[in-house]
Ligand binder design. Structure first.
Ligand SMILES: Cc1cc2nc3c(=O)[nH]c(=O)nc-3n(C[C@H](O)[C@H](O)[C@H](O)COP(=O)(O)OP(=O)(O)OC[C@H]3O[C@@H](n4cnc5c(N)ncnc54)[C@H](O)[C@@H]3O)c2cc1C
Ligand code: SF4
Length: 512
């Protein structure tokens, strides 16, 4: 039997089932899919990251004695087919891909040899749970709640547990993750300067048409060695404040005390276990519980939950549009100079420059603006998928459609809609902004205020069914008709002034 092992761009971990333990067990193929690289207007740094990480991984495997081919082909399926023909493979082994469309394509394709597809979770896979384990947990529940899932995972793994109770007496220290930054500054994020191989990829990508952002300044880890170093530096330099400032936003500081490991994690350069082990080691050495529990909640809880929801809800998740949003994506998402909203300028600018913005910028600025202006969910999720170095469909789609836009109600009971007051509470953006965060209407009113109230008014019937939101309508009802009309008129002027993105980019999300 001649076995060909397909290693997807997100499987760059020699511990996964798609890499045989014995180098003589077969050949390994990595595919650079031309269609995939052009399916969306990807950030150039993201293309560099993925291609460079794949080529470095291939180099490492070769150094360990593996027979490795990198095939550049029109699609992943065609690349595997070509390899099967070249090595006369009699079986293909792969880990189930992280994308629904590719998963389907692989299962249905004639690869020239039978395919053995392993689960991408559990003992062979990258995630802690198999897809079936999540489906079994979710079975029969009307609404899926992350906090319930998280507790189940804590009990199941025994992480941060004292017998049957959570360490410290509480399951979540979320309330202790919301300090505003006052004067402190985070240490600089480590940079991993491009080696010859990465520089070659940078030149290649810079020469391609299309795409967003620049290759210049690329400094994300592209090898496991650098990714482990980044993780270790996070724990040593930023972890102590990670818990306190998880929800904070600061002008000119896109990374703050965040881990910034999602790009490496989602490619397989790190595993969830690497992060959890690092957090638990730090805990034993005295790291604060709000930091340790914070990262455990994100990795053991949110990340596994989001991935489970993706497979549970696809392909319908893409069509979710609970609020019937119809507006195209505003141009500001591609060009931050089109707005004077300081918070939006900062957040879009960070994505354009680094392919990264942290969680609260994603949720409470970029997501909130699209929610309040009624942007079509799929347009926002395409933007996230294209623009973020850590974005793959399994993770961006549930976060955008479920969390940021509440377009899908599988796990979101209430939308994260917010006025300018939230941004003001959690950031220093408003002090340098030309808008007045205290005003609800007028040309200098913070746009988030009239947009928030207009959203609330438009969706009153549905939202007021939720008791936690219903209380907000008391303010709206207290204001006189003149005030409410002025708010609506300001919101309307903002809607009329929204410029639509005219990028001319083609979107073929399932290509590749
Ligand atoms: C609208 C929106 C889009 C998002 N798109 C992505 C995406 O494309 N890729 C992605 O990895 N994350 C995404 N997230 C989740 C989260 O914002 C990022 O994982 C995080 O900002 C990555 O930066 P970090 O490594 O510094 O994370 P930290 O804030 O330091 O958190 C540590 C780790 O926890 C995990 N994590 C935390 N929250 C989530 C979550 N909600 N879903 C999945 N994993 C989580 C990540 O692996 C992250 O690396 C999105 C969130 C929102 C609201
Ligand atoms: S005033 Fe409004 S638009 Fe300006 S930074 Fe604050 S929240 Fe953003």
């Amino acid at each position: 039997m001649t076995v060909a092992y397909f290693v997807g761009p997100w499987d760059l971990d020699h511990r996964l089932g798609c890499v045989p333990q014995d180098p003589s067990a077969g050949s390994i193929v990595l595919v650079e899919s031309v269609a995939k690289s052009r399916a969306l207007p990807y950030h150039r740094k993201k293309l560099v990251l993925v291609l460079s990480a794949m080529r470095h991984f291939a180099q490492e495997l070769r150094a360990d004695g593996y027979d490795v081919s990198i095939v550049r082909a029109p699609t992943y399926v065609e690349g595997i087919r070509r390899h099967v023909r070249a090595v006369h493979a009699t079986e293909v082994v792969a880990l189930a891909p992280r994308e629904w469309a590719l998963d389907k394509a692989l299962r249905e394709a004639d690869l020239g040899a039978p395919l053995r597809l392993l689960d991408d979770g559990g003992s062979d896979g990258h995630f802690l749970l198999t897809r079936d384990e999540f489906i079994r947990w979710a079975g029969g529940k009307d609404t899926l709640r992350m906090d319930v899932f998280y507790r189940w995972m804590r009990r199941r793994t025994g992480l941060l547990m004292e017998g049957k109770k959570p360490v410290g007496g509480r399951w979540s220290l979320d309330a202790e993750n919301r300090k505003k930054v006052k004067g402190e500054r985070p240490p600089a994020l480590p940079r991993y300067e491009p080696d010859a191989m990465t520089r070659e990829v940078m030149d290649e990508v810079a020469g391609w048409g299309g795409g967003w952002g620049e290759v210049h300044g690329f400094a994300w880890p592209t090898t496991r060695t650098d990714a482990l170093d980044a993780l270790q530096r996070f724990v040593a330099e930023r972890f102590a404040k990670y818990g306190d400032f998880q929800d904070a936003m600061v002008t000119g500081e896109p990374f703050l005390w965040h881990a910034c490991v999602a790009p490496a994690l989602n490619l397989g350069l790190l595993s969830p276990g690497d992060l959890l082990d690092a957090a638990m080691d730090a805990w034993r050495e005295g790291a604060p519980l709000n930091a340790v529990e914070g990262i455990v909640r994100q990795v053991l809880g949110w990340r596994e939950f989001i991935r489970g929801v993706y497979w549970l809800r696809m392909p319908g998740l893409r069509d979710a549009n609970r609020f019937g949003a119809t507006r195209p994506l505003p141009a500001v998402y591609w060009d931050e100079t089109r707005t004077e909203m300081a918070c939006v300028r900062e957040s879009v600018g960070a994505v354009r420059e680094h392919g990264y913005a942290h969680h609260i910028q994603r949720l409470m600025v970029l997501g909130n603006l699209a929610l309040l202006t009624g942007v079509r969910p799929l347009e926002l999720s395409d933007w996230f998928w294209a623009g973020f170095v850590d974005a793959f469909e399994w993770v961006q789609l549930p976060n955008v459609h479920g969390m940021a836009l509440a377009a899908d109600s599988t796990f979101t009971t209430k939308p994260y809609a917010a006025s300018g007051a939230y941004v003001n509470r959690m950031s220093d953006y408003c002090t340098g902004c030309r808008y007045n965060v205290k005003k609800r209407h007028g040309d200098d009113a913070c746009p988030f205020n009239p947009l928030f109230w207009s959203f609330m008014a438009r969706h009153r019937e549905e939202l007021s069914r939720n008791p936690r939101i219903a209380v907000l309508y008391r303010s709206w009802d207290r204001w006189d008709a003149e005030e409410r009309l002025a708010i609506e008129a300001t919101a309307q002027r903002l809607f009329d002034g929204l410029e639509q993105a005219e990028t001319g980019w083609r979107v073929e999300r399932d290509a590749g």
